[in-house]
Design a protein around this ligand. Sequence first.
Ligand SMILES: [Zn+2]
Ligand SMILES: [Zn+2]
Length: 469
Amino acid sequence: MIHELPVRPRPLPHESIEGYLLRIVARNGWQQSGQLLKHVGLPAKYYVDSPDKLIKLCEKLAPFVRIVPEGLIAHFSDQLSHKWLYDEKRALQDLRVRFPRLCPLCVNQTGFHWHWSLATVSHCEAHNHELWDHCPECDEPFGWNAELFFGCPNCDYSWEAESAPDLPAHQQQFRRLLANSIGLQDFIHDLTLALRAISRPYDSIHDNRGYWPTSQRRLSESITAAYELLTEPEALKGWLSHCAYARSDLMPLGTEVVLSPISTFTNKLRGQWPIQKTVVNNNVTVPSSAITASHVDGWIRPSRLRLTRDDFELRFQANAREVQHALGLPKGSIIILIESGAVEPIHQSRIPRDQFFDLRDLEAVIAAIPEVNQLPENHIRLVNNDKILKQHRIKYIDVLAGVFSGSIPAFRPAGSRNLSCIFVDIDDLLLFLLKCQPRCRISGKMVKSTKYYSEEEIAAFKRFLDQRV
Ligand SMILES: [Zn+2]
Ligand SMILES: [Zn+2]
């Protein structure tokens, strides 16, 4: 038999479902939301992130508060109906955070506004007050505790308002976009991308995160900083110089590789932001220290964290795509580089998505090919999509594999910081091509190539063929 609760408050306008649960808890003398959830027959950690879960909660809760389930569902379902709340392709897929955030000026009168759970909202719109997710006095992160309506459950500090100036620009923009919804999705996309950049500023590998990590507080400050990153070229320049410092071990691979976290970020932005005009160039002033980013939990996939706990190591990890890019090689090169023993993944996996590498290893890979100041005699310059290779249906990466396995000696231009161009001996190359394509003959195709290679090179090819074919 279900006993109605002694005090049965009605949901307030704009109140979040979690806030409503906590208010019932507070009015009935409990401490934690989990106690109420267990009382109505749900797990203590039950989070409503889908309409199905809302219906289940309302059906369980309704008899205890003497409200028909449909009434409760109707009250809260609007909050779950917005398409922009969840987007699988976003840096932060679910915009709703799982911990309480509050405005100390109104939480006790109007309850927890459902906007306060959004990772794009940093201030109470009624009071322009920053939302707190931890105690300003003792720093303790908030859990769903009934005392939060008045003060800190940890140190008993009673809520006192801090002076609140105007609503910050990002909050005003979010409010405007909510009202007419054009551009809202792009705004959220870019702001969550910046939130991730703030949390992990030196990483090359990023996964989309399900929701804002519960261990990472001061979300309102992060939102403000993220918006600054999007709108203030000075903030981006600061990130640039700190990134140059934090990733300076990669300098031998060139500035583009060192600063790739920034270019990856700016390339992914959907909206038009002032920072897109900021030129990312070589003239980076390196500061004396890096910004420390220690938000590891929640942002790094557990499979990677198991292998690398050290935050310093994480910043040099890259996926196959970035390794190829850093080496100046086309898509699909990585498999051949691994097979030839030139590159070794930190984590060997059959799923390419799970394979990752240490960018610092690439310096040695490039240095394995000696530098020369100019093209040596009887050598040709080879690049990806080279005509001679196309004619023989051989890929540039196959030649490089030959170089790494020791069957073709090669050089690279002095000062080059990747493998996009090598110099190889014509005879060695032809021997290699013939080995790869045993039925290859000098033919009409060879005539075409005269437009591309000098007479001496062609003569060398022919001499070679005469001897061997
Ligand atoms: Zn308020
Ligand atoms: Zn406290």
